[in-house]
Design a binder for this molecule. Structure first.
Ligand SMILES: Cc1ncccc1N[C@@H](C)c1cnc2ccsc2c1
Length: 118
């Protein structure tokens, strides 16, 4: 994903852009299944099936802790957001409330990050 990001000179804006993008994801009407980590005790099988759980609050924590000068933060951000949607597809039927929410959110993210970061 690094190669797709804007040239190094625009790195300054990328962290702010990731924050804007994350805020848009968190306030999206279909974000509700992804706001907090899945409760591994409450959801049977989740711990076994999903090797790398991820959610928007964890991504926000990582973004808040990421160093501006560590240019990997942009790739890490994109990978983590996609992990949320990949986990959702793996565990949930496409034709389910959560499955549909995941597809909607991925479509929204793909559009917005292309507009803002490429
Ligand atoms: C993203 C995801 N994938 C698989 C299972 C759960 C979840 N989300 C959690 C928050 C969650 C946990 N419990 C419930 C109960 C009804 S909707 C819902 C959502």
């Amino acid at each position: 994903c690094a190669k797709k990001a804007k040239p190094h000179k625009d790195d300054k804006k990328d962290l702010a852009t990731c924050r804007v993008l994350l805020a848009e994801l968190e306030t999206h009407q279909d974000a509700w299944p992804f706001l907090k980590p899945v409760d591994l005790k409450a959801v049977p099988g989740y711990r076994k099936v999903i090797k790398k759980p991820m959610d928007f609050s964890t991504i926000r924590e990582k973004l808040n802790n990421s160093q501006q000068n560590n240019e990997l933060f942009l790739c890490t951000f994109i990978i983590d957001v996609n992990l949320v949607f990949d986990n959702c597809e793996r565990f949930n039927e496409d034709d389910s409330e959560i499955g549909r929410a995941g597809h909607n959110m991925r479509r929204f993210f793909d559009k917005r990050w292309t507009e803002l970061l490429q």
